[in-house]
Ligand binder design. Sequence first.
Ligand code: FES
Ligand SMILES: [Fe+2]
Length: 368
Amino acid sequence: MKNAECGLLFGFGGVSRTPRAPAGRVREGTAEMAKPPLSMKPTGWFQVAWSAEIGAGEVHRMKYFGREMVAWRAASGALTVMDAYCEHLGAHLGYGGHVEGDRIVCPFHGWEWNLEGRNVCIPYQDRPNRGRRIHTFPVVERNESVYIWHDVDGCDPYFDVPDVFASFCDGTSAEDYYPAYPQGTLYRERLELHPQYVLENGVDFAHFKFVHKTPFIPKFTRQEFEGPVSYVDFTIVFDAVDGMSADTMNSGVQAINGGLGVAVTKSWGMIDNRTISTITPVDEETSDVRFMVYIGRLPGNDTPQPPPKAQGFAQAVIDQFLADVHIWSHQRYSDPPALATDENAGFKALRAWAKQFYPDSREESTIP
Ligand code: FES
Ligand SMILES: [Fe+2]
């Protein structure tokens, strides 16, 4: 399989590289792994699961942003992500809690909590505790994924999760592609990396040649910002043909970053693929990484699952993403970085844009 369809996807994807230096941390000259100097509690949408992992009636444990959480799906299909601890006496609902209809029932004393986290039944009292509520997170299910909105102040979402199809406004939809989950996915837990590393990958034109083995350095044709969304387009090839030069590359990638946590890409001029890369902080040191690859349906093929050829393409794309992950998970944030002249503008603009997602100097969550 050619590389052609692969590497790009990440390319943009992400965030790559370096958060800034944390006060009080010695970086220079140490071999210490870096606790990212950037806040691990940024505002935005972050993937916490794939939809298929949480069936109706199931309770799913997770930890993100330093908080224990549960995701549970009501019999109706509605999904809630909430803090894990019962407001009564603090039992963890992920250990023995169960779903009945549209409620989650605590394993300790049987109190029942609804989709909004409100107490709706105390089984040994004639009325619920209407004043108590378990904190719930805004949730969106899109592109087979579960995203939550995180904001340390508990503010409501002010932008939308990018859609790997609709956000490119080209009339495509999921029907034009094979499903990505599970065969076109990658999941790596608790890696020492920050979402911004992946984001910076999108402007890091020089790494493609070294990490993704492209014959030419890609040409960036767009870097634009619209509030919380950033756009990066570039031309890239993975296999040069005779006579081709960096100025005549005939394929490329368009990338859209919705905040720091979610990046979607679309390819052109190569095997039709779309990707989603997401980075979700778990605690102060680590993040979970998820990656999805959608391969365009082969003409005349309407099988539910991708045929081997399409799966091979997806795997090639995943392998390229893994090459990035290998760098990111051992990287430490360089600030200020020693940039080449041509790198200055892109990195500078991206880092300035990323600042909007970090709580000023607040590290402690004020979510009740
Ligand atoms: S701790 Fe949950 S019902 Fe008592
Ligand atoms: Fe990359």
